[in-house]
Every structure is written in structure tokens, then in C-alpha cells.
Write a protein that binds this ligand. Structure first.
Ligand code: ZN
Length: 501
């Protein structure tokens, strides 16, 4: 370790501790804290966030970072240290470019805006949220403008915060391909929607039994209960303090069997990623997943590619039937597999099936692109939104609540985030294709032996944390760059078979 890097260490440790504390409060806030705690906790979180910023953004760290970016100093660093320096430089680029008073004003704005959004969504009144959204967009344009370099455009800057490998050029190519092939497929499937009966899914399912079965599913895919816990929250999510403390949540609904099960498999996929990161990276800036997209590839690999396959359920379907014999004893495995894969054009992203999901993302991506290219006003957003749903899905939202107001992201100022969901889904299909070449994946699933699958992902992806980016990981595992056709082919094959097209 270089002398300069050694001097950086205590600063990194302090910032890590502050961030861990902040994350823990966040987790507590969403899972265990009593209703009235929120306002007081947010004060604590605010102070911790401020201290976190100060622990990283200060003259001493700035000087050390500058020195460490020097060519000579770089030669003395190992791969892990280099990656940490790169990560720190990214944080500086994001945080230092914005004047502190503007950053503070923006934070205050978003904290008000997310409440206004929640109310506007409930009341179906976009006009009440619009003035806040307009201000948020103005800030984001300004902030991105501070960081624009070379031929990058403002929206590229926002995208790069979530995955440096997927900017507009890559996403345009990817999404054009998906639009060309998946929209016609979705329209074909829509015509045969009634051929699959899924009414069994909406019968009454005892919540306590759901909790138990979902816990079993988490363990089945490899969730390590010595390093992780499961709680409940309004929306399922994963948070990690470090690779020995990974926390996931789920939500149970009495009249929906699959919702909690697939959320649990999804969050377990995120959790496995974090749990399997190498101990050498624990509590460092590179001790988490490589990117949002890569993370989402792991959750979706487990949830959709494995979790919705016949082979996955073969060894465990009987256990599910035995848990709810009153509802499922007449439902064959084949029927169940059709049910969990039923697809149709839909209005709500979070409830979308595997086939239509990507279209929801493309609509948001195209609208965000228009916003940051000044091609649409905030007032016109609902109209543009509805037109796109009509064009791509063949359906139009009747209210803004089930249209433009449905997602929370913009109220936080999170633009550029949505594409990671689609990138993750597509990366999952590419991994699936290359893993099938390397191992008898389906045999493993059929015999309930998920260990070799988990170990493969651990050794080729998880253990590297954020040392490598999405493209580097894909190249290492599959020997090639990201390619959209794996995803398109996966969906075409799966749905042509499922619906006898
Ligand atoms: Zn996820």
C-alpha cells in the first residue's frame, strides 16, 4: 500500500461508519420504527448525511485524491486500491461540482416534493405535483450541466451515475431492438390473454403460511441467515451494511399468492450478490455491487430466469401445494407455470410481467430523454405519457394516478435510474445463455441443487464487488460485450412456446 493511500484510509473508515449508521436508520425507518418517529429520524439522517459528506469532501481528502490520481502514485496501487480511488473520484465529480447551497436547496425541495407527489398520486392531480417536478428538473439540468464534458449530453451524465457502461448511445441501440421485436410479440400475446387461467392466484392465502414459505424460498436459493435478516415493508427492498449484514424485506397480501414469493426470490438475488462479495472488500468503497444494472441482473436472474421456470419448481411445487391444499390441489405444475408467466399489456410498471416490463422502461427512458433535450414541457408530460402507452401497449391510462404519477423516482430527482431495470433484465438473459453452455443448469434446478449456480455467480461476478464494471464482468464471464439479442431471443422463445404462437 502506498503512503498516500495509507493516509487516505482513516478518512474512508470514518465515512464508511457514518454511511453505515445512516443506512441503518433508513432501514429502521422503513421496517421497525413507530409511525411518529419519521420526522425526528429524518433530522438524524440529515445530520449523518452532512457529516458523511464532510468526511469525504474536505481539503485533506481532496489533496490525497489528487495525488493518488497521479500516474506515478497509480503504479504503486493494487487493483482494489485503484478501484477505490476511481470510486472516490466519482463521488467528488458528483458532489463537488454542485455549490453546497444549491445542493441543500435541492435536498429540501425533494423532501417536500416526495410528499406532494404522494398526495397528488392519491388525489389524481398531476397539476399539484407539476410545479415541484418542474423545479426538480431545472435543478437536475443545472447539476448535470456542471459536469458535462466532451461530447456527453446532460442526460448521459445522469445515466452514468447508475451505470457508466450504458449511456444514450448504448441504450438507444438496445431499446430499438427491443421495440422492433417485443412490441409485436406483446400484441400477439395480448390476443391470447384469455387462454391462461390464473384465478387460483387471487384466492385467500394465509399470511403466516406465506411468511413461512417465502422464508423457505430464500433459504432454498441460498440466502445465508447468519449474514442476513428478513423483515417487512410497504415496498420490498434490499439494503446492505456490508457483506456480513444484508437485509431484505417483503410484503404479504392475502389475496395474491405470487407477489410475495417472487419479491422474496428477487430480493434474495440482490442479497446473494452482496453476501458473496469478497471479504477483502468489506466496508470499502468497492464493497458493494458493480452497478445498479448488474445488481438488477442478479435479482432478475433468480426471480425470472430461474424462478419462473418449470425446472425450478419441479422439486418444490409439491411443498407449495401441501402448504395451501385447499387452493392448489387441483392446479397442476404445468398450470402453475403458465399462471406465473402470464403476460399482457399493462399500465402499472411494478405489477408488470416479464414480457411487458421492458416496454414500461422504454417509455420512461424516452420521456426522460425528451425532458433533458428540452423537447417537452412539464405540463405536456401526461399527454406524452398516455400517447406512448397507447402506441406501444395499445392501452391508455384513464387517470394520471395509473399514468405519469405512478412512480416515486422523479419526486426524489432520480432521473436516469429506470434503464438499469431493463439493462439488468437483459444481462440476466445473456448470463443464462452463457451459463447453459458451461453447466447443466437445468439438471441442477430439477434436482434442487442450486449450489453450483450460486458458486458460479459468486466466483465470476459477486466476489469482485465494484472493482469491475458491468461490461468488464460480462466480458469475463461470457467472453463478449453486452448484446441485446440474448434478451430478445429469450423472450421470443419463452412466450412463443407458452402461448403456442
Ligand atoms: Zn431489484
Amino acid at each position: 500500500m502506498s503512503k498516500t493511500f495509507e493516509k487516505l484510509q482513516p478518512h474512508l473508515e470514518k465515512s464508511m461508519a457514518l454511511q453505515t449508521a445512516r443506512n441503518l436508520f433508513d432501514w429502521d425507518d422503513q421496517t421497525a420504527a413507530p409511525f411518529e418517529a419519521a420526522d425526528y429520524t429524518s433530522k438524524v439522517i440529515g445530520i449523518l448525511s452532512d457529516e458523511y459528506m464532510k468526511s469525504l469532501i474536505n481539503d485533506e481528502v481532496r489533496k490525497l485524491l489528487k495525488k493518488l490520481q497521479d500516474k506515478k502514485e497509480q503504479e504503486e496501487l493494487d487493483a482494489k486500491e485503484k478501484a477505490i480511488v476511481k470510486e472516490l473520484a466519482k463521488i467528488y465529480d458528483q458532489l463537488e461540482s454542485v455549490p453546497p447551497e444549491e445542493y441543500r436547496a435541492f435536498s429540501e425541495l425533494t423532501s417536500v416534493a416526495s410528499r406532494k407527489w404522494a398526495k397528488a398520486k392519491k388525489d389524481n392531480r398531476f397539476e399539484d405535483f407539476a410545479p415541484y417536478l418542474k423545479k426538480i428538473i431545472d435543478y437536475k439540468k443545472k447539476f448535470a450541466g456542471y459536469r458535462v464534458k466532451g461530447d456527453k449530453r446532460p442526460y448521459d451524465i445522469l445515466l452514468s451515475d447508475f451505470d457508466e457502461c450504458f449511456l444514450m448511445k448504448e441504450l438507444d441501440e438496445f431499446f430499438d431492438r427491443v421495440k422492433q421485436e417485443i412490441i409485436p410479440l406483446l400484441k400477439e400475446v395480448a390476443k391470447k390473454a384469455d387462454t391462461i387461467d390464473k384465478s387460483y392466484n387471487y384466492l385467500s392465502y394465509d399470511i403466516e403460511k406465506q411468511r413461512e414459505f417465502c422464508k423457505y424460498l430464500a433459504g432454498y436459493v441460498g440466502f445465508d441467515f447468519n449474514r442476513g435478516v428478513i423483515a417487512e415493508s410497504e415496498h420490498p427492498f434490499t439494503t446492505n451494511l456490508h457483506n456480513h449484514d444484508v437485509r431484505i424485506t417483503d410484503r404479504y397480501m392475502e389475496n395474491n399468492l405470487e407477489s410475495a414469493m417472487f419479491s422474496m426470490i428477487h430480493e434474495s438475488g440482490h442479497a446473494l450478490y452482496e453476501m458473496n462479495i469478497d471479504d477483502a472488500l468489506t466496508q470499502t468503497l468497492v464493497g458493494a455491487g458493480a452497478s445498479m444494472g448488474m445488481h438488477e441482473s442478479q435479482s432478475r436472474f433468480y426471480e425470472n430466469v430461474l424462478g419462473r421456470s418449470t425446472e425450478f419448481w419441479e422439486p418444490i411445487y409439491e411443498k407449495l401445494v401441501a402448504t395451501y391444499p385447499e387452493n392448489l390441489s387441483d392446479i397442476s405444475l404445468e398450470h402453475f407455470i403458465k399462471g406465473i408467466n402470464k403476460a399482457a399489456p399493462s399500465l402499472i410498471r411494478t405489477e408488470a410481467d416479464e414480457l411487458s416490463y421492458c416496454i414500461h422502461i422504454i417509455i420512461r427512458y424516452e420521456i426522460e430523454k425528451m425532458i433533458f433535450a428540452d423537447e417537452v414541457t412539464v405540463e405536456d408530460l401526461p399527454k406524452v405519457w398516455n400517447q406512448k402507452y397507447q402506441e406501444y401497449m395499445g392501452i391508455t391510462p384513464t387517470t394520471d394516478t395509473e399514468g405519469i404519477l405512478q412512480d416515486v423516482h422523479w419526486s426524489f430527482g432520480e432521473f436516469g435510474y429506470f434503464p438499469s431495470y431493463a439493462v439488468g433484465t437483459a444481462v440476466a438473459s445473456q448470463l443464462y445463455a452463457c451459463m447453459k453452455e458451461k453447466m447443466p443448469l437445468e439438471e441442477y434446478l430439477k434436482t434442487g441443487n442450486l449450489t453450483p449456480i450460486r458458486e458460479f455467480l459468486r466466483d465470476s461476478i459477486h466476489k469482485h464487488g465494484a472493482i469491475k464494471n458491468t461490461n468488464e464482468l460480462l466480458k469475463d464471464v461470457c467472453g463478449e460485450d453486452f448484446r441485446a439479442e440474448y434478451y430478445v431471443n429469450y423472450l421470443k422463445e419463452k412466450y412463443t412456446k407458452l402461448y403456442n404462437l
